[in-house]
Design a binder for this molecule. Structure first.
Ligand SMILES: NC(=O)c1ccc[n+]([C@@H]2O[C@H](COP(=O)([O-])OP(=O)(O)OC[C@H]3O[C@@H](n4cnc5c(N)ncnc54)[C@H](OP(=O)(O)O)[C@@H]3O)[C@@H](O)[C@H]2O)c1
Length: 322
């Protein structure tokens, strides 16, 4: 099968379109004929091996999993002997840990959900990682309740474009933070207010927010604490951070600093989960949340898709058509 693989860490130029064997199924797995995927920040991190901490976990000189991509939307091609919930031909979506910029990928049944009827394959391929991250950050970690004031920093990106819509669907009043060029986009997602970070600092909004979902990971932590209510929750999802540890140093510093306060700081470590995908399916089918596809690239143009991702020009998600 055709797949985008890499034999070393680096920029998009290390990616190659290769012919590799179709994956061998385990009993509890389904083989999916991948139709669509998308670019996530995590794919970029693994491609580059940046920060170095990633190399300690995923492979010292090159990633152990050679095929990039996690988001998966497609049809079930084969089922393992122990699979009970799916049949050949079912349209599904999920996250793959063995690579989805490929014609086929294998995924344990427990991580797979049916594709929402209301979404195209292209939209469904842009959902799993970013939307589940947004849902878990807001609902499981941030414990967002109806009527709360929620601030989303990084509202225009992959995770953020879902977070704005999901927080609204959970009944919150939402303020999004983004760059000047994307203010109209974040409003179009349903944000009640937008902060343009080039002209206004979050820290000037004293004690306004019950939950701050920090996806961008660049703001001064003192300012974020000042914008939180006295019993508010800061959810730390990401950011670039330093060359060795990435965002870990800033995030763990925030958690330590909150130890003796009523304000809480919590690190989000999102994990794939079919129950969360099924909850999202209800939101998509009800029309409460819509994936926003900025642009689409074919499999052989994945390096160009990464260049676009790194350009800072993207609104929402970049789709990959297999
Ligand atoms: N913890 C977890 O489990 C988990 C899971 C998934 C992703 N993540 C992390 O979440 C982050 C975002 O991922 P993504 O796929 O959504 O990436 P993305 O699509 O590139 O989005 C990045 C966002 O950051 C915003 N941003 C950049 N500089 C900013 C600033 N100074 N102030 C406010 N916002 C700023 C961008 O807004 P503008 O373009 O408007 O500048 C953009 O909306 C990554 O660091 C990723 O590693 C964490």
């Amino acid at each position: 099968m055709k797949a985008i693989t890499q034999a070393s860490y680096g920029g998009p130029q290390v990616l190659e379109l290769a012919d590799i064997p179709t994956p061998q199924l385990k009993d509890d797995e389904v083989l999916i004929r991948v139709r669509n995927s998308s670019i996530n920040a995590g794919d970029d991190v693994l491609m580059k091996g940046d920060p170095y901490l990633v190399r300690a976990v995923f492979g010292l000189t090159r990633p152990r999993v050679k095929v990039r991509g996690r988001d998966t939307a497609g049809e079930v091609a084969t089922v393992g002997a122990a699979v009970t919930r799916f049949e050949v031909g079912d349209e599904v979506y999920c996250e793959s840990s063995t690579g989805s910029f490929a014609e086929f990928t294998r995924v344990p049944e427990k991580f797979v959900a049916r594709k929402p009827n209301s979404l195209t394959m292209e939209q469904a391929g842009c959902v799993p990682l970013a939307a589940v991250t947004a849902l878990q950050g807001l609902r499981k970690v941030g414990k967002v309740q109806p009527g709360q004031q929620v601030l989303i920093i990084g509202a225009s990106g992959g995770v953020g474009s879902y977070a704005v819509q999901i927080a609204k669907a959970l009944g919150a009043t939402v303020t999004g933070v983004c760059s000047s060029a994307k203010v109209a986009f974040v409003r179009s997602l349903g944000a009640d207010a937008v902060i343009d970070y080039s002209t206004e600092s979050v820290g000037t909004h004293h004690g306004e927010f019950d939950v701050i979902f920090d996806i961008a990971g660049v703001d001064d932590l003192h300012g974020l604490r000042s914008a939180l209510k006295s019993d508010g929750i800061l959810v730390l999802a990401g950011g670039k951070g330093g060359k060795w540890l990435g965002p870990m140093r800033r995030s763990s510093g925030a958690v330590l600093a909150a130890t003796f306060r009523r304000q809480k700081a919590k690190i989000l470590a999102a994990s794939r989960n079919s129950a969360d995908l099924e909850f999202l399916t209800e939101l998509f089918d009800a029309g409460s949340v819509t994936p926003y596809v900025d642009s689409a690239y074919p499999l052989n143009d994945v390096p160009a898709a990464f260049e676009k991702f790194e350009s800072g020009q993207v609104r929402g998600k970049i789709a990959i058509k297999i």
